[in-house]
Every structure is written in C-alpha cells, then in structure tokens.
Write a protein that binds this ligand. Structure first.
Ligand SMILES: O=c1ccc(O)c[nH]1
Length: 350
C-alpha cells in the first residue's frame, strides 16, 4: 500500500536517530536512475530536519551490457564508483551515506567504510521500509546471534527435504544486519534483521536441497520442484533436478566464472516483520526480496563472492537462496529447528 510522505519522513527520522546522526554532520544520498523518488525526497527532508548538511550524488548506471537481471544485487563487483575518484572522495568526506542505488559487495564500498564513513543501503519500496523500521531490539537479537556464530567452529544444516551440510567456521567474521548504522565505518541494510558469516574457504561439504517453495534471488521465484546441490570443498559441483535446476545452472553458466559456484554467506533470519510469502505479492521489478532474506527462521545461504567479509573472491555472480524448514546447529547445538528460531539463536522476540 502507498505511504504518505509524512509517514516515510518519520521512518527515516527514526532510522537516522538510531544511526546517531548529529546536527552539522554531512549526509550524502547516493542515487541513480533506479532510486525511488519518494524515498529520496523523504530521506532528504528527514536528514535536513535533523540539522545535517545534505548532499546528493547521482551516478550513471553501469553493467547493462553484462547483467542479465535488472536486480541491483544480481551483478556485483563493478559499480558506478569503479574508477570514479571524485565520487569516492565525496563519500569518504561524508559522515553518512544513504545508498539508494546499491553499492553492496563492491571494493569501493569497503574502501569508503575504511575511512570511517557509515553506509546504509535502502532500496526497497517505501511501504516495505515503513513496515520494517528497525529497532534496538532487532539490534540486540542479531548481536546475540552473531556472538553465537563467533564462538562456533562449525555450522551444520539439515532439513526434511535432505539438506545435510557442514560449514567449518573461524576464518571470517560474523556479520550483523539490523537496519541502521550506529558505529563509524559500519555498513547495514534497511530492511534486514539477520545474521550471517562465511564458511572457511574450500571447507564446506555436503548436500543442499532447495525444496519446493524455497526462494531463488535474483530470480525472485519460489522453486516449484527440488534442486539438489552437491557441495565439495566449498563449491557447488553439481546442480541436479528438473527445469528449475536447468534454469539456475544456465543462469550461473552465463557468468562464465567458476568462482560463482562457491558457497558465499550462510546464516539465518531473525526479522518477525518480514515474511516468506511476501515475495509472491510483488512483481520482480518492485522489490529486491529482502523479506525473503530476513524472515524469521530461514536458513539463508548464498553463492558467489566473499570480499564483503575480507575474502578475495569478487565474482559478479551472486545468488541468495533462503530455505524453509531447516535445522541450523552451531557445534552440534541447534539455534534454529525446523525453521523455528530457538532461544539459542535467539528465539523469543521482545
Ligand atoms: O542485505 C543483504 C543483501 C544481500 C545479501 O547477499 C546480503 N545482505
């Protein structure tokens, strides 16, 4: 449903408050041709109402001749910032960047964060933003879950459909996504509310069964049949099934990059205000599918890059696959059981 400017301005003011924006600080809104006009307008008003110096940096789109999907998270690595020193300088000189165009997984984003600039990604439509305004409780819950990952040596995942995967941990940090940027140099994504990490390089082995109803992103579809991934030494070595498997496999082959088959981030959803069924209510063009990535109790795994976590794999192919009904365990202790977050992971929502 449509939202009023007033409602969206209030939502932005809350997110900027949680992000500790102070009067006199510089906020730069990063936009492109896909930026939602109401989101831009209300973010500018909210930031200015809080006494910030507000700039806008509009960048031209890239990758049209390479990407097959229009989804901003589908083709990664090069962005309008690549080689754009003037734009990078402006963002490094800002206290807070509101990314309304998607820099995610870019070396430039990592470079800008290192300067202490905070970056908040927000590209879902206004009504999803308003429904998922983050809270301190989101932050506390995600932080507690990340501490469990930090202490663990292995994440294992099983499901009634036949998933049986073991992921050694320790080489990469646990990443918290809770929807606001309250520390210098922090990146986050509004909406979110999930925790993730990366398995040790070449360490993951087992089988992943993408079952009927599990979601493929950027395809933005619920699989209508099982797709079976064989994972050996950190890479999906076989993709088996029917036409769904063929569709996934051909799409991945189009990148002509073996690194796209690597297991990327793994984790689980903790956002009760996001839902598995929401994707079915939107056309592909109108959402990047954050409800699917954040709904409480999913097991979200990804194929492709690990540079976001400090790794050196920057493949352009990035696929996010949230699964239902999984049991996720850390060192043998379940944190999610059959798609329900247990108190260990961290279950009860205040
Ligand atoms: O917020 C995000 C979005 C996509 C992704 O792969 C990770 N986190």
């Amino acid at each position: 449903m449509a939202v009023s400017d007033y409602q969206l301005i209030e939502a932005w003011q809350e997110v900027l408050r949680l992000s500790k924006l102070e009067a006199g600080q510089t906020v730069t809104l990063l936009t492109s041709s896909t930026t939602h006009p109401q989101t831009l307008q209300c973010a500018q008003i909210a930031a200015q109402s809080m006494g910030a110096i507000v700039n806008r940096l509009d960048l031209l789109p890239v990758n049209a001749e390479k990407a097959l999907s229009r989804d901003s998270l589908a083709y990664l690595g090069t962005t309008p910032l690549t080689g754009n020193e003037a734009a990078i300088a402006a963002l490094k000189a800002s206290d807070l960047v509101l990314d309304l165009m998607t820099l995610l997984f870019s070396p430039e984003q990592i470079d800008i964060l290192k300067s202490g600039t905070k970056i908040l990604l927000a590209v879902e439509p206004p009504e999803i933003l308003v429904r998922t305004v983050p809270t301190e409780a989101d932050r506390a819950r995600v932080t507690a879950a990340a501490a469990l990952i930090k202490a663990a040596k292995e994440m294992s995942i099983t499901s009634p459909a036949g998933t049986n995967l073991r992921c050694p941990l320790g080489e990469f940090p646990a990443i918290r996504e809770y929807g606001f940027v309250d520390e210098p140099g922090r990146w986050d994504h509004w909406p979110s509310g999930f925790v993730l990490t990366w398995p040790n390089e070449r360490g993951t082995n087992g089988t992943i069964v993408i079952d009927k109803g599990d979601i493929l992103l950027p395809q933005k579809k619920y699989s209508t049949e099982q797709i079976i991934l064989t994972v050996e030494n950190g890479y999906a070595t076989k993709i088996e099934g029917g036409v769904e498997a063929e569709l996934l496999d051909e799409y991945m082959k189009s990148f002509n990059d073996p690194e796209g088959y690597a297991i990327s981030h793994i984790g689980w959803g903790l956002q009760p205000r996001c839902h598995w069924s929401t994707l079915g209510l939107y056309s592909r063009e109108n959402t990047i599918g954050m409800d699917a990535r954040a709904f409480e109790g999913n097991f979200l795994f990804s194929l492709g890059p690990n540079n976001e976590a400090g790794g050196n794999r920057t493949t352009a192919c990035h696929i996010d696959i949230p699964l239902r009904h999984c049991t996720v365990s850390l060192d043998g202790r379940a944190v999610v059981r059959d798609g329900n977050v247990l108190d260990g992971g961290v279950g009860e929502y205040e």
